[in-house]
Design a protein around this ligand. Structure first.
Ligand code: ADP
Length: 599
């Protein structure tokens, strides 16, 4: 029994008296047999002398039953429980929790000694010889030799083993040697004293008992990592654990269990204050076995999927939760990505549609702008076309008149016809150019000769006006230089600029009607300038020049320049205006990147 105090309560005289009483009990023959199996770790004799007083007390208190003691070692106690041969079990806390897990043992009372809590009654002590000054703490035991009772001894090994683990020494791997000597524990103390081992593990109070019995001198030994527990009378190296329980098996009659529990709780304390109390909490014992992975928790050492799962379930649960969180996150992210992609696709589609609409309306606007330029320029178009038509009519009439008067010579017919053809071609050319310019079309990009376009524009304007102004053309461009552009659009820009230049000189003397067009290469750019000597612009007007609807003309729209700017910028160029440096008037310029023809 792991309790020193209780042993002192066993008085032979009292015990003999109870036996006699038991023998002469007249009801004994009818009484039901109740076997109490005890873990007799110190041998049968000791166990019998320890527990018989309890048997006698129970027989006396519950005369309907005949309680008898069965002494067992650990294995035979296990077999007796498994074979359902015993009704009540008294064992140490370690074996109790093992049987609890294996056979459903259930405690009904816990042994108690006066002044001590039943929950804190058992501990261990690690002893060294007092001359071993190198050993002070449990952590000093690494690489040392130790003695203990047995690998499964509760107070004789396991309590100290756990405490050593807490101090960073694994008794299974960090010791030089662990020697299991068995009982009695005096042998362990002797092994330490004789220097066979460096330290020994014994149940708390064993050294004090040996001192009392003069088998050990206090000066001979020292306790490692000694600790104090409230009111506990002996030296300790470990925390305290609950005392021995008395338990019932699954088969025990519940009525009997109740009667025994009541009898135990009302059992008078011995002179040394030993008795029974309500069952203690054995969870700390479970925790110890689990941490050491022994007894009912030995499966934690097995490297099977089940063993690993049972051992690492908190980690596995954590990993599972993390995996679950990751899956949820991934699914959510995927969902968000899909949703965002759909939104982007929609907005891209909407943008494409808006761009298409904008392009269409821009083309429409450019077309209208071209028509507007033509409208403004074609004030004299009827007159212009009328001229060749009148000439044609005159020549035709001359031919008829000569025919009537008989003066029609082949030379005259020939001259009249060639004049008629030339005038008809001139009129056709004007119509052709206007139709080409006014045609509705989509923009393209191709290498174009800016000089040709400028000449064409000049031609178009001169052809449409009754009194065409002087438009000087100055080509300073190298031969190979082209621009990648939409020809008609650039022509439209030029027409706008030249028309504005002509408008600027309209109410001024004829010498200020002069317009100059210069095309030149600057670095890798082509610059085109339209220079007039017209009315010019004041700085405040210049600031708003390219804003839509800015106009100073009574019939102006104010859209020509903004459209020109849009066209030039869409070609990667720039459109700007500045006062004419060489006199009155303005200079409107645009630049386009030069596109060299392959040589
Ligand atoms: P609109 O010709 O219909 O007015 P534009 O956008 O072509 O529209 O021109 C805007 C304004 O810019 C004109 O009304 C005029 O005041 C000014 N402007 C354009 N070109 C010249 C120029 N060469 N000289 C002076 N003013 C000009």
């Amino acid at each position: 029994m792991d309790n020193v105090g209780y042993q002192k309560t066993l008085r032979p005289s009292w015990f003999v008296g109870l036996i006699i009483l038991f023998c002469f009990n007249p009801f004994q023959a009818l009484a039901k047999d109740v076997a109490i199996g005890v873990f007799a770790y110190q041998g049968e004799q000791a166990a019998t002398s320890d527990w018989n007083p309890l048997i006698s007390y129970l027989n006396q208190t519950l005369p309907d039953h005949r309680f008898r003691l069965e002494n067992h070692d650990a294995e035979s106690l296990r077999q007796a429980i498994a074979g359902e041969r015993i009704d009540l079990v008294i064992t140490n806390p370690g074996y109790y929790i093992a049987m609890e897990a294996a056979f459903g043992l259930s405690r009904i009372a816990t042994l108690e000694s006066s002044g001590l809590s039943a929950a804190k009654a058992l501990g261990s002590v690690v002893l060294v010889r007092s001359d071993r000054t190198d050993l002070q703490e449990l952590s000093d035991l690494a690489g040392k030799r130790m003695a203990a009772v047995a690998p499964d001894a509760f107070g004789g090994y396991l309590l100290a083993a756990q405490e050593m683990l807490h101090n960073g020494v694994d008794p299974e791997s960090d010791l030089k040697e662990i020697r299991f000597i068995g009982l009695p524990m005096d042998q362990i103390v002797e092994a330490v004293q004789q220097g066979q081992v460096d330290a020994g593990i014994v149940r708390a109070c064993v050294p004090e008992q040996m001192v009392r019995e003069k088998r050990l001198a206090p000066a001979d030994f020292r306790v490692l990592s000694q600790r104090q527990e409230n009111q506990f009378p002996c030296a300790l190296s470990t925390p305290l654990y609950p005392n021995w329980p008395l338990a019932v098996t699954r088969q025990t009659d519940p009525v009997l269990a109740k009667q025994v529990a009541r009898a135990l709780l009302s059992m008078p304390q011995t002179a040394d204050g030993m008795g029974w109390t309500v069952p203690a909490d054995y969870q700390p014992v479970h925790d110890l076995y689990r941490e050491l992975r022994v007894g009912p928790y030995a499966y934690l050492r097995e490297i099977t999927p089940e063993g690993l799962a049972r051992r690492f379930w908190p980690w596995l649960l954590g990993a599972l939760m993390a995996l679950l969180a990751w899956i949820i996150h991934t699914v959510r992210a995927e969902h968000l990505v899909l949703r965002r992609t759909a939104q982007l696709r929609d907005s891209l589609h909407a943008r494409e549609q808006a761009e298409t609409r904008m392009r269409e309306s821009q083309e429409q606007m450019e077309h209208l702008s071209r028509l507007s330029v033509l409208g403004e320029l074609s004030g004299n178009l009827a007159h212009e076309l009328n001229q060749p038509l009148t000439t044609i009519g005159t020549y035709a009439r001359t031919v008829l008149r000569r025919q009537d008067s008989g003066r029609l010579t082949p030379e005259a017919i020939s001259e009249a016809c060639s004049q008629i053809v030339s005038e008809a071609e001139r009129a056709g050319g004007i119509v052709q150019r206007i139709r080409h310019f006014a045609k509705k079309r989509s923009a393209v990009r191709e290498p174009v000769d800016l000089v040709l376009i400028a000449k064409e524009a000049r031609h178009l304007i001169i052809g449409m006006l009754a009194h065409p102004p002087t438009i000087h053309f100055d080509n300073r461009l190298p031969d190979h230089c082209r621009v990648l552009a939409d020809g008609p659009q650039i022509q439209q820009v030029l027409l706008n600029l030249i028309k504005n230049a002509l408008d600027a000189g309209r109410n001024l003397p004829p010498e200020r009607h002069r317009v100059q067009v210069i095309v030149e290469a600057v670095d890798h750019w082509v610059h085109l300038h339209v220079i007039d000597q017209g009315c010019g612009l004041e700085p405040p007007q210049l600031a708003h020049l390219f804003e839509p609807f800015f106009t100073t003309k009574p019939d102006g729209l104010g859209l020509g320049l903004p459209i020109c700017k849009t066209i030039i910028e869409a070609h990667g160029g720039r459109l700007w205006a500045e006062p004419n440096a060489a006199g009155p008037g303005m200079c409107f310029s645009f630049s386009l990147p030069c596109h060299d023809l392959p040589t």
